[in-house]
Design a protein around this ligand. Structure first.
Ligand code: ADP
Ligand code: MG
Length: 258
């Protein structure tokens, strides 16, 4: 498995339990620098829990996480975001009431240096930062064809457009690695294609991704390697051809359905 210089995000022996239930049981895997790494596995395998641990939303009971060679196991999510590691979140009901543009501006971190500069300069600086954030948001929304809906409430968007908005919210932080939890869930096939193209373009521009997804067409088109999780453990890792030829993988999915 890939370790060394191309292991951008590195999870080692992650263990987490909820009461008596072991959700992750010694998970070790890596996400490639400059690549799109996939995570698949049946419902309840621990995929979202793993992303919570990697993003800093949940502290693991065991194990460590390092990002770009630095141990971030104890760093809160906003500090990880500052280092360039972020994840998408579903647009909640509260955020749905805000406009598309407001959703992006809210994602933008507060400017450093507040309380440091004299009030007058601070105001000018905050205003300039707001202008820059708006400009950044506009450029992103234009790229995903949502600028024409900038003033619409986020709730008015289709499922796929919401997924694009979630991705743009994460991109406001200028991340280097983005974790996407089911970016194609509930999205019509045309928009799944658009989301896939956008992710690929961002990758070509140098961004790295981790993607949890049930849509195997999208996984096959984008991801290498792919880690298969089942019952809180890594079952196997490899290219799409490798994991789909592995009978353990089929059995894990069948077991989850039964
Ligand atoms: P996946 O994303 O692979 O479908 P999850 O990571 O969401 O799976 O959940 C893995 C298991 O951990 C599930 O059985 C789920 O019910 C359980 N779980 C997740 N979060 C919690 C929590 N906060 N408290 C208790 N159990 C949880
Ligand atoms: Mg999940």
């Amino acid at each position: 498995m890939s370790v060394g210089p191309d292991a951008f995000l590195d999870a080692r022996h992650i263990g987490i339990r909820f009461g008596d239930f072991v959700a992750l049981d010694g998970v070790s895997l890596t996400f490639r620098r400059g690549g799109i790494t996939g995570i698949v596995g049946p419902n309840g395998a621990g995929k979202s829990t793993l992303f919570n641990v990697l993003g800093g939303q949940v502290r693991p009971g065991k194990g460590s996480v390092s990002f770009d060679g630095r141990d971030v196991t104890r760093l809160p999510a906003h500090d990880r975001a500052r280092l360039g590691l972020t994840r998408t979140f579903q647009i909640s009901r509260e955020l749905g009431a805000l406009t598309v543009l407001e959703n992006l501006l809210l994602a933008f971190p507060r400017q450093p240096g507040e309380n440091v500069l004299p009030a007058l300069f601070q105001k000018a600086r905050v205003r300039r930062a707001e202008e820059e954030a708006t400009e950044h948001a506009r450029a992103l929304l234009q790229r995903v064809n949502l600028w024409r809906l900038a003033d619409a409430p986020a709730d008015a968007l289709s499922g796929g457009q919401k997924k694009l908005l979630e991705l743009c919210r994460a991109l406001m932080l200028e991340p280097r690695l983005v974790l996407l939890d089911e970016p194609a869930a509930g999205v019509n096939p045309v928009l799944v294609g658009e989301i896939g193209d956008f992710i690929r373009t961002l990758r070509d521009e140098g961004m790295s991704f981790g993607i949890v997804e049930h849509n195997m067409d999208l996984i096959a088109a984008l991801c290498d390697p792919i880690h298969v999780l089942a019952e809180g453990r890594v079952l196997t890792s490899g290219s799409f051809a490798e994991i789909s030829a592995n009978s353990l993988v089929t059995e894990a999915y069948l077991g989850a359905v039964a």
